[in-house]
Design a protein around this ligand. Structure first.
Ligand code: KIV
Length: 274
């Protein structure tokens, strides 16, 4: 397996992700929405950066992903692209920009690619949005699918519970995953489905699966950066592993700064003044 420094420094492409699946190398993916965090996670060696519509929640404070607009996604994607040199950058097509009409879907995807210079788009859904996906693919724009829990359909589901526990829904998910593979998507996010089903889908298709709450049998994993760094503290589903407690670190640092300002300790008259 080639994991030397040169290979690690090489730009990640959609083709390289498929090669990683073929040789059994797991794919790492995280969200980012701004220049500074994209620069940090790209420098740390993340394979894929997702400019997720979860920006609606963690950046804008909305309860769902539905309110975020195409213009706002493009703004986030442009900022992320400026901080990224190695990772593949994938951008969510937001709710309302692709579901109803495949021509509008293509126009939305083209705006993302032209205005942000990102490298791929992600779309939630299977057979019901096939025409939109095919039209976007036919324009040479790489598409990542997203099956299982699809947060843009929260008003249809009614809950954020695990999806596809029942046979019928699991069978539809497998059929959708095969269809996305056959029409030319380069990967699929599998969100909050039973681990056994996710592993089975991953075995049955040729393109990589990236899981979130889908167990260890997928070809890669994705988390929302604000959740895994502990910036967003109010969200603790079972699938989330926290790698830091940045909210506490920021809270303490700001408290310390306030004390220093109030006491006159900051700034010092020599080292921190001109
Ligand atoms: O928007 C997002 O962050 C996502 C991930 C949860 C996969 O779609």
């Amino acid at each position: 397996m080639s994991t030397n420094t040169t290979d690690n420094a090489r730009k990640v492409t959609t083709r390289r992700l498929v090669e990683m699946k073929q040789r059994g190398e797991k794919i790492s993916m995280l969200t980012a929405y701004d220049y500074s965090s994209a620069k940090i996670i790209d420098g740390a060696g993340i394979d894929v950066i997702l400019v997720g519509d979860s920006a609606s929640n963690v950046m804008a404070g909305n309860v769902t992903t539905l309110p975020i607009t195409l213009d706002q996604m493009i703004y986030h994607a442009k900022s992320v692209m400026k901080g990224t040199s190695r990772a593949l950058v994938v951008v969510d097509l937001p709710f309302g920009s692709y579901q109803g009409n495949s021509k509008e879907a293509l126009a939305s995807a083209i705006r993302i690619m032209k205005e942000s210079h990102a490298e791929a788009v992600k779309m939630e859904g299977g057979a019901e949005i096939r025409e939109s996906i095919e039209r976007i693919l036919s324009a040479g724009i790489p598409v990542m699918g997203h099956l299982g829990l699809t947060p843009q359909s929260i008003n249809k589901f009614g809950t954020y519970n695990v999806r596809a526990r029942q046979k019928e829904e699991a069978e539809k998910l497998i059929a959708d995953a095969k269809m996305l593979d056959e029409i030319g998507c380069f990967g699929i996010v599998l969100e909050k489905i039973p681990a056994e089903l996710a592993a089975e889908v991953s075995r049955q298709i040729t393109i990589p699966t990236i899981g979130i709450g889908a167990g260890p049998g997928t070809d890669g994993q994705v988390l929302v950066m604000h959740d895994m760094l502990g910036i967003n503290q109010g969200f603790s589903p079972r699938f989330l592993r926290r790698y830091a407690d940045l909210a506490s670190i920021m809270h303490d640092a700001v408290g310390h700064y306030i004390e220093d300002v109030k006491s006159g300790d900051f700034p010092s008259s020599i080292e921190e003044s001109y």
